[in-house]
Design a protein around this ligand. Sequence first.
Ligand SMILES: [Zn+2]
Ligand SMILES: [Zn+2]
Ligand SMILES: [Zn+2]
Length: 168
Amino acid sequence: MQGLEQPFPSQQHDHDDCISTAMDAAEGLCRQRGLRFTELRRHVLALVWHSHKPVGAYEILGKLGEEGRKAAPPTVYRALEFLIEAGLVHRLDSLNAFIGCPDPECSHSGQFLICRECRTVTELDDGDINLLVGQKAGAVGFAAEHQMLEVRGLCSECRRPDQATSVK
Ligand SMILES: [Zn+2]
Ligand SMILES: [Zn+2]
Ligand SMILES: [Zn+2]
């Protein structure tokens, strides 16, 4: 089960590890596919990976500004576009924000568990869910091409013990 392999990131975990793993994976993936991983793309990816909470494009622009880097919005949008195309970053439509993909090597349609309290997002990459949605869609004559499932709720850190017992 994917969910068990990628537990919800606890608030105490070593996030520097997550960042360096993500940057290494991105580096390798770009080299392997002959994609240009420019300074700006690298930097924008690091900003997206700042935490497990999704960031908006304006937030990214703001952070670049704080660092004294002058990046025009279209340039940053193009960098984000590149990262999305490469599967390194996902766009969460319901939040109009971006989140780093912990497993960019496998091409997938993700399921995203979004905590409404702390905004932490965890990605499931469950092939069974994709398959089932594809089958159900097919049953009504719909050819599903891309799935992005955004599920809102409370993460394990934000659930009070009394709430945890009332949830099956
Ligand atoms: Zn982390
Ligand atoms: Zn992903
Ligand atoms: Zn939470």
